[in-house]
Ligand binder design. Structure first.
Ligand code: CP
Length: 311
């Protein structure tokens, strides 16, 4: 791939396989910056990056901020609860006021699907989707793919199980788009009430048998039950869910030892994953978090940087 041409990052559906591979490749060269004594390169000196989060976040917000700072950009954090949004200003008006201060990128998380797209259509700065409702979380899927590739050397041909609340998961959707583009065989597993109708049309398999996923997968991604997005009763109880779809040592006993366990976080220990598995040797959950900084550096650099700025 020659030149990077995209101005925004809204989801992985809009990226080609080559563009996804370019982000992963660029992240490789940025990963070592975070291991240096001086964790900084001047790639985005003079650029301003705004974090506009309307939903709670630990990993995504902090790693975007670290990524921008390690590229020498200036960063501003805006919390919706302390902004003029509470006085009735619309999101677009708030964002246009931020734009008027000559910022270069706005990273947005919102509970409504489509908010990043609306802002991208209305504003000049690059818009990066940090999670919109149940729809997309592109940088999470990119860091997941980076972590798998780092561990196993490839994505193509791997068998990847995504287990849990698929219906409400933006992480699952973005991973389905990204992993299938890169040639993985993706199997979804979870309660039938939390499985989107027609999801097989996106090139994935569906099973309701967790043991089948455990036996056949190279990698399993465990998802949290998203209680904050559920208005209806989808499950008899969390204990019932844990019994059928949670993983623990005894369920993984028969599996070959090289199964990798991932989780985007935050984890609900004892529900979708037991503490001993989350902290165990097959877990690469904290590698995902580490790699999130490199992936977000890569995304910011490709969207905002120039060829000459990487040193
Ligand atoms: N994985 C993820 O998006 O975590 P946060 O909600 O903490 O950002």
């Amino acid at each position: 791939m020659d030149e990077w041409t995209k101005h925004d990052l809204l989801d992985l559906q809009e990226l080609s396989k080559k563009e996804i591979e370019k982000i992963l490749e660029t992240a490789k060269s940025f990963k070592q910056v975070s291991t240096r004594d001086v964790k900084k390169v001047p790639a985005l000196r003079g650029k301003t990056v705004v974090m506009l989060f309307f939903e709670p976040s630990t990993r995504t917000r902090i790693s975007f901020e670290l990524a921008a700072k390690r590229l020498s950009a200036d960063t501003i954090n805006i919390s919706a609860s302390t902004s003029s949004l509470t006085k009735g200003e619309t999101i677009v008006d708030t964002a246009k006021n931020i734009e008027a201060m000559n910022v270069n990128a706005i990273i947005v998380r919102h509970s409504c699907a489509g908010v990043p797209k609306v802002l991208a259509e209305a504003l000049e700065p690059s818009i990066i989707n940090a999670g919109d409702g149940c729809r997309a979380h592109p940088t999470q899927a990119l860091l997941d793919m980076f972590t798998i590739k780092e561990r196993l050397g490839r994505i193509e041909g791997l068998k990847i199980g995504i287990v849990g609340d698929i219906l409400h998961s933006r992480v699952a959707r973005s991973n389905i788009w990204g992993l299938t583009k890169l040639g993985a065989e993706v199997t979804l597993c979870g309660p039938s009430t939390l499985m989107p109708v027609g999801i097989e049309d996106h090139g994935v398999r569906v099973t309701y048998d967790l043991n089948e996923v455990i036996e056949n997968s190279d990698v399993m991604m465990m998802l949290r039950i998203q209680k904050e997005r559920q208005n209806n009763i989808y499950l008899p109880s969390l204990a019932e869910y844990a019994k059928h779809f949670g993983i623990n040592k005894s369920k993984l006993k028969k599996k070959k030892s090289n199964l990798l366990i991932m989780h985007p976080g935050p984890t609900n220990r004892g529900v979708e994953i037991s503490g001993e598995i989350a902290d165990g040797e097959s877990s690469i959950i904290l590698d995902q978090v580490t790699n999130g900084v490199a992936i977000r550096m890569s995304v910011l650099y490709l969207l905002l940087g120039t060829k000459e700025s990487l040193t």
